[in-house]
Design a binder for this molecule. Structure first.
Ligand code: FES
Length: 621
């Protein structure tokens, strides 16, 4: 059977295959937040012609069903069919994502006052060439030259040895040997024609993968590449991916997806700068705990089963060849250590980049990404927790939710008299959905203008046709251009739950160490989402604490910044390990106090308005 797309592409499908898997198998990826379980309603397509059978319609409303929409993961073609995939159902993986290089990374590195000391060290060696009378083997010859320089017991891997003979002769025995202190020889370069060596800092996020290409000689950031993490094909959040990993072949699919992303990002970078892959001699990877286990090909299942234990927190060094990263196969791959199942190397890297572990002032670090992790502390102590906020700010679980791509409403203002919204849409396109910053803007505006009450319920008697009863209950319609884009009461409830989890995490962590909010001298906001977060609006929502605005600092993607710092310095790698060892992890899911804090935060901005004095002032106005 054949599935024709209205774009002209044709995909073959076997009897018993659902549309979502058939399309995925042939490179057409749909948004599938729930991983194809029929629960999220994001994989909808329209059947234009032909017969199909749907076993469930999940969240599809009667109007959409009448228009021919089906859930691809629940639909089986019964003959040749023609389908249309709406823009919001197409998954944008492989797209370039704009990543700002705004912070001067090397300036930041210098502010740590440590020397540039990459994992791979260099040694110039004049190895006496073999003769009829000095006829020991190449490796004995190399070892002898090293011993003369006082270096004994260096390890040589099979991969290194197999290319050694050629490299020694091409260099006419005048070589630069690259090596690491713990895992031995990495490369032989021609001593007469030495080329700079490079390193990769990699951030594996649940949503995005970012790669920095760095000159290891001077720490210069040469270029940046990024893409969506293709694991999104198997689900949006870490839990869906863990479940996929446990299904036949799922673990290797997930691993291959992310390794493919890293290698795909790398190709244009090396071409643009005419760099040989062989000259990339070191890699540092940072990611949350699930991403790190998947990168290592480790079964992540125990992460979601009580008592939530990952297989590894402190990873041994790996070779790039074994990890399948397409650089020098002997290059060491260092993985930033994790702390617990839901606080990973991305947070360790973030704390390192923020320097809060070096300063006496009490600081709060918040990574508001797909999940929401927080850390609090200073140079004497550090505590951390994961808030389980869920991926709603990425669009998951929100009817018209989407990532911050073209067509997403990202800014909302509501006229307090007419309740008419004014929208900012990414790419100045027709709105097709609403992204995380749009949701925060929308709810804070709806709250301040009285469209919703403190519980997030729509105030039905407001004189506006924007509030209406929809297929999923009451909703507020933001756009009627082409396709309606609305937030339903259930959506608002989901967003309030997410913000409540973040706020409750912060307040419980502080209480645990006997501090109030007034003790916090600095708040660092990290994570991709952090780049676009409007502090004022997030405070009105009750997601961020109502502290003086000058205490907040945006750090952007600190996971990649921390990976970059670790790439350049041995002593910063040690600092990252110290952070991971000394940080106390608090498991919020079993804490009774968390539930109390969470329930109190399920209001706008909070049940205790005294905690939000500036919002109280705005409400009074
Ligand atoms: S409903 Fe089909 S992927 Fe979620």
């Amino acid at each position: 059977m054949e599935v024709r797309l209205t774009t002209g592409k044709t995909v073959s499908v076997s009897e018993g295959d659902d549309l979502y898997h058939a399309l995925k198998g042939q490179g057409v990826y749909l948004v599938a937040s729930c991983g194809g379980k029929g629960a999220c309603g994001k994989c909808k397509v329209r059947i234009v012609e032909g017969r199909s059978e749907s076993v469930s319609h999940g969240k599809l409303g009667p109007k959409e069903r009448e228009e021919g929409f089906v859930l691809a993961c629940q639909t089986y073609p019964k003959g040749d069919i023609l389908i249309e995939i709406p823009k919001e159902s197409m998954l944008a993986v492989g797209d370039k994502i704009a990543i700002s290089k705004s912070r001067d990374l090397f300036e930041l590195f210098e502010s740590f006052n440590v020397a540039v000391s990459p994992v791979v060290k260099h040694l110039c060696l004049d190895v006496p060439p073999p003769t009829i009378h000095d006829n020991i083997s190449d490796i004995e010859r190399l070892k002898r030259a090293l011993e003369e320089r006082g270096i004994k017991g260096m390890r040589f891997s099979h991969g290194f040895v197999s290319s050694m003979a050629k490299a020694l002769r091409e260099a006419e025995w005048k070589i630069i040997l690259g090596y690491t202190e713990d895992s031995g020889a990495v490369f032989i370069s021609n001593g007469n024609n030495y080329k700079d060596k490079y390193g990769l800092a990699v951030d594996i996020g649940t949503t995005t993968v970012v790669v920095y290409l760095v000159d290891l000689a001077d720490g210069r950031l040469i270029d940046v590449g990024s893409t969506y993490n293709s694991q999104i094909r198997y689900g949006d959040d870490v839990i869906t991916r863990i479940i996929h990993a446990t299904e036949g072949g799922g673990l290797s699919e997930l691993r291959d997806a992310v390794i493919g992303d890293i290698n795909d990002i790398l190709t244009p970078l090396v071409e643009r700068h005419s760099i040989e892959r062989e000259d990339i001699a070191s890699v540092v990877v940072a990611g949350n705990t699930t991403m790190s286990q998947l990168f290592w090909g480790l079964d992540p299942a125990p992460i979601r089963e009580e008592p939530y234990i990952p297989t590894v927190n402190f990873f041994p060094k790996w070779r790039a060849g074994t990890a399948k990263i397409a650089v020098n196969s002997q290059a060491p791959v260092y993985t930033v250590p994790c702390i617990a199942s839901y606080v990973g190397g991305d947070i360790v890297a973030g704390v390192l980049a923020s320097k809060m572990h070096r300063n006496p002032e009490v600081a709060l670090f918040m990574d508001i990404g797909t999940n929401g992790e927080i850390a609090v502390g200073n140079n004497e102590w550090l505590m951390t927790a994961a808030c389980s906020a869920g991926p709603c700010f990425e669009g998951s679980g929100i009817r018209h939710g989407m990532r911050a791509t073209e067509g997403a409403i990202e800014k909302v203002r509501i006229d307090p008299k007419t309740y008419e919204p004014e929208l900012g849409v990414i790419g100045d396109a027709k709105p097709v959905g609403i992204c995380g910053s749009g949701m925060i803007d929308a709810i804070s505006e709806m709250f301040l203008t009285g469209v919703i009450d403190q519980k997030g319920k729509l105030v039905r008697h407001r004189k506006t046709d924007r509030i209406r009863g929809g297929e999923d209950g009451f909703e507020f319609v933001f756009s009627r251009e082409g396709r309606d884009v609305a937030l339903t009461e259930a959506d608002i409830e989901n967003i309030i739950r997410a913000k409540a989890a973040i706020y409750a995490g912060v307040s419980l962590l502080l209480k645990e160490v006997g501090f109030g909010l007034d003790a916090v001298e600095r708040v660092y906001i990290a994570g991709g989402f952090g780049n676009y977060l409007d502090i004022e609006r997030a405070i009105i929502l009750g997601m961020l604490p109502d502290l003086p605005r000058d205490k907040f600092t945006f750090l952007g993607n600190t996971s990649i910044t921390g990976a970059y710092l670790c790439l350049l310095s041995e002593s910063l790698r040690r600092e990252a390990e110290e952070i991971a060892s000394k940080m106390t992890y608090m498991e919020l899911s079993v804490s009774r106090g968390f539930m109390d804090e969470y329930l109190s935060a399920l209001f706008l901005p909070h049940t205790d308005i005294g905690l939000f004095p500036t919002v109280a002032g705005l409400m009074a106005k």
